[in-house]
Design a protein around this ligand. Structure first.
Ligand SMILES: *[C@@H]1O[C@H](CO)[C@@H](O)[C@H](O)[C@H]1NC(C)=O
Ligand SMILES: *[C@@H]1O[C@H](CO)[C@@H](O)[C@H](O)[C@H]1NC(C)=O
Ligand SMILES: *[C@@H]1O[C@H](CO)[C@@H](O)[C@H](O)[C@H]1NC(C)=O
Ligand SMILES: *[C@@H]1O[C@H](CO)[C@@H](O)[C@H](O)[C@H]1NC(C)=O
Ligand SMILES: *[C@@H]1O[C@H](CO)[C@@H](O)[C@H](O)[C@H]1NC(C)=O
Length: 931
């Protein structure tokens, strides 16, 4: 799915925050400064990861190891240093020169985390590789459940294996593949052991949803005597100028996924976009839809909800067509030739797509709330239509609309849609890069299945993920291990109704709830020229920051974020006023940063709206002045991408980079980059919106209690912000002091073994030569750090003598006489500082979880997030504070509105308590009691 148009309003550029570290302020030699900063950051990550594990994991064996570590922290920290500089991180150098100058002399020992990882990562995604990948994925039909789809699942698995060195989760029989039927022990184990893995791992889970495939279908106008007066040519017609489209034009018949099969006849009624207001206008003007065949144009809302609206008014069937009025200025009226001869819509193009009632619940219709295993018990399915529907082309719609315009013949129309409903296996490909902190997971997902070729939807996204994986692969090959674990999912059957991701989310809800700190979604990455981002408000600043670090794909000097203002260049005289208005309305949800809330229509849904995982989604969308995106048509092909959507594939690459930066930032930061204050402020803005809606109704509901609770949440979040800052500063301070105390003096192979075991690795004693090599490096560090933390530029060439000199100086100044005397490590303080950071991160993650209510939203209880949901009658679009808002807009029920305001207030009060730093607890509850 993934149709979204980016918003139009220009956003004032806010300069990126300047982070002043003590290092940037100090006047020190650039090389040592950079090195020391890097070193501390990496030390910090490792120490924290280690203690994190030690604090959380209580197995006696680990505890024993931890005790060893405690007993001899110097050696262990020394080994840590050894570990991060010795792990091949810099072996053979970087292979790129962009930042070579700053640390040339320690290049051999570079650790890959933080900024260095980002820099190396950004050098990898490239257009040539992206184009090749796109040809691989989009060169054949890969509808969910077909052989082409299975092939792409295996292709993606092979990518994870070759780039990340991913292995199978468990030993397999020779020559068998890691493809597991969902619900089996192998499949369960694969995900449930993510937090125990030591090596990159990949496999395929097979789910078994009920879906359908098209059989025969027809649309006819019947003469008075019942004979066929006109029969629509329903298939798309492609010219050889687009070779793939030409070859596969009839590979996947034009039909609606999960549509109801049937044969119906009736008079045609035109219902514009098929929105609730469109149907209401018809009813108000006295039109009876009972027994009719509704014809509506695409656009505005999710297509399944057009069907639902018609069905509820008694329509017998529904046709949905692609109208060039919705193509902005890029029309034949304005002189543009049609595809493949120009950028305007090919008039035979048809938008396939699911007609599931997405806003009721996504996923397999027959297993709501639980996974579709091969043998799952199934329900009848309530989120699918009871009337048949078909998507049709503009060419066919023209003929039908002729029937019902003034003076038309208004004859009976027959609609036949025969489908084959059955259980169809689908394949989610899963990959894991284990981090140091194994029980915190950053999850990235993109769907792989297409309606036909899907060069844009989803292959542009799959290509960006492909490039991102290559970037991670380059890091892994240099010894990189993220601080947190990263999981990459290639979902299947998204097009039918977010099925692959939803079934997985229902299968592993507990795992996700416990471990996943954020979910990064990518659907299509390029269908036009305008960049846009949607995200949980807590990630709004972060996703913007990531996009600001990536250059604009085509305009020098600008960033990817600036592409939010791009409009396309194909202008013309005529534009449909209603399409324009709707396009502009879609932009109004964005916050002042320019980030919109998430509705639905892609795979973040189960993560965000059922489990409460902060999520992001974004990419380049098409504008009203871009070449027409033939969404879900055979013309969404490689040729269209290469000629019109992204010549040169620079946009694909830019999205790969921005997504990768999001993942690296979330995986490698000490304090998670979740901004609860922005979220709390946004909740206030959401309530403003409800109040403005309420003021237009006759309902009298007091929302001031809810307002006060949101204010208190903002106060609690401000306290958490302070705590975030202090907790990180304190941890860094302690680690720095440890670094400064020259605890890296001794090598101890035994200690190294203990430490490795602590990380769950096998231990082999280090080779002497290796030790020597590292000893040289150790001297280097010691030199660089000498003198109470003051950086001294070492005199190259006479290290040993110089070093001795410095040591003696320092020791005498401290009154130390024994070289072996170990400086003291503030271990209790370190432990406390780490626990403090952990507590902060738990609170940050708990914010989104805190908006989950177990009872869910009225009449669509699958959705449990009371902060945001797909609008009941929107589908793609988000409705904020959905349960409360819809009690005004849909139920018009005071009792219900009061109930919802109270329910929300309860959640928010609890959330405010939960995120309040423990030190302020009492003070805060006193504040609460005042209200
Ligand atoms: C699954 O994991 C359990 C416990 O970790 C183990 O005992 C079992 O053998 C595993 N089964 C398979 C099929 O991998
Ligand atoms: C539609 O009309 C039929 C009779 O022609 C009637 O039985 C049915 O109740 C009507 N449905 C609606 C929704 O009005
Ligand atoms: C489902 O049932 C079939 C037949 O009883 C059996 O062979 C198969 O192993 C079952 N699959 C699962 C995942 O339990
Ligand atoms: C968090 O959000 C608030 C409100 O938008 C903003 O003022 C603040 O700078 C943000 N903090 C960070 C670290 O982005
Ligand atoms: C209004 O909502 C309340 C509470 O949900 C419900 O009991 C009542 O039936 C609703 N009233 C109407 C007129 O629907």
């Amino acid at each position: 799915m993934g149709e979204y148009k980016s918003e139009k309003q220009p956003v004032e550029a806010i300069p990126p925050p300047v982070v002043a570290t003590p290092q940037t302020r100090a006047q020190k030699p650039a090389s040592s400064r950079k090195f020391r900063f890097l070193f501390s950051a990496v030390a910090l990550s490792f120490v924290w990861a280690l203690a994190h594990r030690w604090v959380y994991v209580v197995s006696p064996e680990v505890e024993k190891e931890a005790e060893k570590w405690l007993a001899n922290p110097y050696e262990h920290l020394r080994v840590l240093e050894h570990g991060f500089h010795g792990q091949g991180a810099g072996r053979g150098g970087h292979g790129h020169g962009r930042h070579g100058h700053g640390h040339g002399h320690h290049g051999k020992h570079e650790a890959l985390n933080g900024k260095l990882a980002e820099e190396l990562f950004l050098t990898i995604p490239n257009p040539a590789s992206a184009i090749a990948a796109s040809r691989q994925y989009a060169g054949k039909p890969h509808l969910a459940g077909t052989p082409g789809d299975l092939q792409t699942a295996k292709d993606f698995l092979a990518l994870l294996q070759s780039e990340l060195g991913a292995v199978s989760p468990a030993p397999l029989a020779p020559s068998s593949e890691p493809i597991f039927s969902a619900g089996t022990q192998e499949s369960r184990n694969a995900t449930l052991s993510i937090s125990k893995l030591n090596k990159p791992t990949a496999w395929i889970d097979v789910y078994y949803p009920v879906m359908n495939t098209p059989l025969d279908h027809s649309v006819e106008i019947l003469a008075e005597d019942g004979s066929v007066a006109w029969k629509a040519a329903l298939e798309e017609v492609a010219e050889p100028q687009d070779p793939d489209a030409h070859k596969y034009a009839e590979a996947v018949t034009t039909w609606h996924g999960l549509s109801r099969g049937g044969e119906v006849k009736g008079k045609l009624v035109y219902a514009n976009y098929g929105r609730q207001e469109d149907y209401k206008a018809l009813i108000d003007s006295g039109v009876d839809l009972n027994g009719t065949i509704v014809i509506t144009r695409y656009g505005g809302i999710f297509r399944g909800l057009k069907v639902k609206g018609a069905q509820e008014l008694g329509a017998a069937g529904i046709l949905i067509y692609s109208d060039p009025r919705d193509d902005g200025t890029v029309t034949t009226d304005n002189g543009y030739a049609t595809y493949p001869f120009g950028p305007a819509r090919n008039p035979t193009s048809v938008q396939r797509g699911s007609v599931q009632f997405l806003s009721l619940y996504p996923g397999d219709p027959t297993t709501p709330g639980y996974p579709s295993y091969e043998n799952s018990t199934r329900t009848a399915g309530e989120n699918i239509p009871a009337i048949p529907s078909l998507p049709i082309s503009w060419n066919n719609a023209k003929v039908l609309l002729e029937e019902i315009k003034a003076g038309g013949k208004d004859r009976i129309v027959s609609l036949v849609n025969h489908v084959d409903d059955r259980v169809i296996p689908i394949w989610n490909t899963m990959g894991v890069i284990p981090g140091h902190i194994k029980d915190e997971v950053v999850f990235i997902g993109n769907h792989r299945d297409a309606w036909v070729l899907g060069a844009t939807d989803p292959s542009s996204g799959t290509v960006s993920v492909h490039e991102m994986v290559r970037g991670f692969g380059a890091l892994v090959k240099k010894g990189w291990k993220p601080l947190r674990t990263i999981v990459i999912a290639s979902w299947d059957a998204e097009e039918y109704g977010l099925i692959g991701s939803t079934e997985y989310g229902e299968d592993f809800a507990e795992f996700i709830e416990k471990h996943v700190v954020a979910y990064l979604n990518l659907d299509s990455s390029v269908s036009g020229s305008r960049f846009s981002m949607s995200a949980s408000p807590s990630l709004a600043h972060f996703v913007r920051g990531a996009a600001e670090k990536v250059p604009h794909p085509t305009k020098p000097g600008l960033t990817l974020w600036d592409a939010k203002k791009d409009t396309g260049v194909l202008y013309g005289e005529h534009i449909d006023a209603e399409a324009l208005k709707m396009y502009e309305e879609e932009s109004q949800n964005a916050d002042e940063l320019g980030v919109s809330p998430l509705g639905s229509g892609s795979d973040y849904t189960v993560f965000l709206q059922r489990i409460g995982v902060a999520s992001t989604n974004g990419g380049f969308g098409s504008t009203l002045h871009d070449p027409v995106y033939h969404y879900h048509s055979v013309f969404d092909s490689q040729a269209w991408q290469e000629r019109y959507a992204d010549p040169g594939f620079l946009r694909h690459v830019a999205i790969a980079k921005s997504l990768g930066l999001q993942a690296l930032g979330l995986a490698d930061s000490i304090v998670l980059p979740l901004n609860t204050t922005h979220y709390a402020l946004e909740l206030g803005a959401y309530l403003d919106k409800v109040e403005s809606i309420a003021s237009t109704t006759s309902l009298d509901v007091d929302l001031s209690g809810l307002r006060q609770s949101i204010n208190s949440l903002q106060t609690a979040s401000a306290a958490l912000d302070k705590e975030k800052f202090k907790a990180e500063r304190e941890l860094k301070r302690i680690v720095k002091s440890i670094v400064r105390r020259r605890i890296f003096r001794r090598t101890a192979s035994k200690a190294k073994c203990a430490l490795k075991k602590l990380f769950g690795k096998k231990c082999a004693c280090p080779h002497n030569q290796q030790l020597e090599a590292h000893a040289a490096h150790q001297q280097h560090i010691t030199a660089a750090q000498f003198g109470n933390g003051h950086m001294v530029k070492p005199r190259i060439g006479r290290y040993p003598g110089w070093l001795k000199e410095q040591r003696e100086k320092e020791h005498s100044s401290h009154g130390h006489h024994h070289h072996d005397k170990k400086p003291k490590i503030p271990f209790d303080k370190l432990k406390k500082a780490i626990k403090r950071v952990q507590a902060v991160n738990q609170k940050l993650v708990s914010f989104e979880r805190g908006l989950i209510h177990p009872d869910g939203i009225k009449d669509r209880e699958w959705y449990k997030h009371l902060g945001v949901a797909p609008g009941k009658w929107l589908g793609y679009g988000a409705t904020t504070l959905p349960a409360l808002t819809e009690s005004f807009t849909i139920d018009h029920n005071t009792t219900q509105a009061k109930f919802e305001a109270g329910r929300l207030q309860g959640l928010i009060d609890k959330l405010a308590g939960d995120i309040t730093p423990s030190g302020c607890g009492r003070k805060y509850s006193r504040v609460l009691r005042m209200f």
